[in-house]
Design a protein around this ligand. Structure first.
Ligand code: NOJ
Length: 536
């Protein structure tokens, strides 16, 4: 096996800073809280989770119209979360423990309170007049084209001073930057440099495929087959996105970004992208010179129900599509999606953990999934997420952003005052302290899987090959490196299934954490059980 980079071999853990650990006593998590929980993430022993990198969702100054994805200063820390000195300490403390720091980079849009936008909107001829996407109205005064905002309604907002519309792919307070302007590109590249100089190890790049739009911004075609339950204002969701994103010339910008990252050595660029497989693979770059990891959301977007054959199809397709110089990655949850334990069920979530941590490619975990936290119970009047409020749909992203559950004290050890979102009701029994003591808990399953993966060349770096079994509800595969072979068999169903590994082997880990039997050439999987077998 060739030498692997840390971001290939390792496991990433996403922290939503507002919800991880509050140390300042204001009900919102902060960077000091992350520092204080580093030992939980990796203290070098198997009593800790054992992750290799943290991805921090935005902690920048922001009016919080989209909870930090509306940035008003890219080179600072919001006082809610701390300050630059705390960030520097976080880097130092994390690096001491061998934990890399990946930060969120939000290049598509700023906040409308960013000084760049304030200047840009002040007149049609100021130095930053062309830093955002401004267009004249149509002769009848209506917006320049039919594009919709991801968060509902048209993507254009009228500005009285300029007597023009500005474009916002997300909320009104998130104007899109004009990346076709070289000054914008230079300023945003300086942002990357600012953080790389401070020692960050990489970036998760928000909606990176959207930063370049078709220069003429033509109307987009309407989809003919749309979900009848889509709310009236969901214009974006009724269109074919052929001009507002995934334009061929975005790849030139990504090559330049990659060259910049490469100047700083062993860094990683992870991009948020939602495209079809053939479009998605292009983001690795034709020569492997763009993103290290185009985020792969297929186990979220293409697995609406817990189905072994569908999971296999997804993994086979992804594994087959990634170019030889590329590296796959998988993810089951994040700060936008319903919790994995609620999507698939509590027992299924254990099997899902084994799936995620035994595939070929970098896994990204979402905070709290290691405890099996379900969707939060958010009453309509408790909604704060702009998507949940503006789209008029039942789902709100607040459900997956509830505070981390550390112990059974009031507010779950997250804070000593009422948190910004309610703690999930099951926190008295589902928390780190309780699961730490329970040898068969979800937390201990995650720890075992992570540490086992770390020591297993086939798992962190080997090849992947699906294995047929007689059962449609079993997904099985071989992982192989340097002559070592691992067989993974996952029972997605609620019935017992017997499977035979390709040769005799040793069962080393079960999702139930209650057996590690001797040499076997047949294994009986209980409902939702997954096993790892080392082949002889
Ligand atoms: C994608 C992020 O994951 C989401 O949370 C955010 O609202 C939008 N991009 C806009 O930045």
């Amino acid at each position: 096996m060739s030498k692997l980079a840390w971001w290939q071999r390792g496991v990433v853990y996403q922290i939503y800073p507002r919800s991880f650990q509050d140390t300042s006593g204001n009900g919102v998590g902060d960077l000091q809280g992350v520092i204080e929980r580093l030992a939980y993430l990796n203290d070098g022993t198997e009593r800790s989770l054992g992750v290799d990198a943290i991805w921090l969702s935005p902690f920048y100054p922001s009016p919080m119209k989209d909870f930090g994805y509306d940035v008003s200063d890219y080179c600072n820390v919001h006082p809610l979360f701390g300050d630059l000195a705390t960030f520097d300490r976080l880097i130092e403390e994390a690096h001491k423990r061998g934990i890399r720091i990946i930060i969120d980079y939000v290049p598509n849009h700023t906040s409308d309170e960013h000084p760049w936008f304030i200047e840009s909107r002040s007149s049609r001829d100021n130095p930053k007049a062309d830093w955002y996407i401004w267009r004249d109205p149509k002769p009848d005064g209506s917006p320049p084209n039919n594009w919709g905002s991801v968060f509902g309604g048209p993507a254009w907002e009228w500005d009285e001073t300029r007597q023009q519309y500005y474009f916002h792919q997300f909320v009104v307070g998130q104007p899109d930057l004009n990346w076709r302007n070289p000054e914008v590109k230079a300023a945003m590249f300086d942002v990357l440099r600012f953080w790389l100089e401070r020692g960050v190890d990489g970036f998760r790049m928000d909606v990176i495929g959207m930063i370049i739009k078709h220069p003429d911004m033509p109307d987009q075609p309407w989809l003919t087959d749309v979900d009848p339950n889509l709310p009236e204002n969901a214009i974006y969701w009724r269109q074919e996105h052929i001009y507002d994103q995934d334009q061929d010339d975005v790849h030139q910008v990504l090559r330049e970004m990659r060259a910049l990252l490469d100047e700083y050595g062993d860094t990683v660029g992870i991009g948020e992208l939602f495209y079809s497989l053939p479009r998605w693979v292009k983001y690795y770059g034709e020569q492997g010179d763009e993103l290290h990891l185009p985020f792969n959301f297929r186990l979220i977007d293409h697995l609406p129900v817990w189905d072994a054959q569908q999971a296999r199809r997804i993994v086979d397709d992804v594994d087959g599509a990634v170019p030889p110089f590329g590296w796959p990655n998988y993810v089951l949850g994040n700060h936008d999606q319903p919790r994995v334990a609620s999507r698939f069920g509590a027992e299924q979530a254990r099997t899902a953990a084994m799936l995620l941590l035994t595939l070929r490619g970098t896994p990204t975990l979402y905070y709290g999934d290691e405890l099996g936290i379900p969707n939060g119970d958010i009453k309509p009047e408790q909604k704060v997420d702009p998507w949940g409020i503006q789209m008029g749909v039942k789902y709100t992203r607040d459900v997956c952003r509830t505070p981390m559950q550390w112990d059974d004290s009031p507010y779950a050890g997250f804070s000593n005052v009422e948190p910004w979102l309610p703690v999930t009701p099951d926190y008295r029994t589902r928390n780190v302290a309780a699961q730490d003591k329970d040898e068969r808990s979800m937390l201990n399953l995650y720890r075992r899987l992570l540490w086992y993966r770390k020591g297993s060349a086939p798992l962190y770096g080997g090849s992947y090959q699906a294995v047929d079994t007689p059962h449609a509800d079993v997904f099985a595969y071989l992982r192989e490196a340097d002559g070592e072979r691992i067989f993974v068999a996952l029972n997605f169903g609620d019935e017992e299934r017997t499977v035979s590994p390709p040769s005799r082997g040793q069962l080393v880990l079960s999702t139930a954490l209650d057996r590690a039997q001797g040499v076997t050439n047949e294994v009986k999987l209980r409902p939702y059980e997954g096993v790892i077998i080392e082949l002889g």
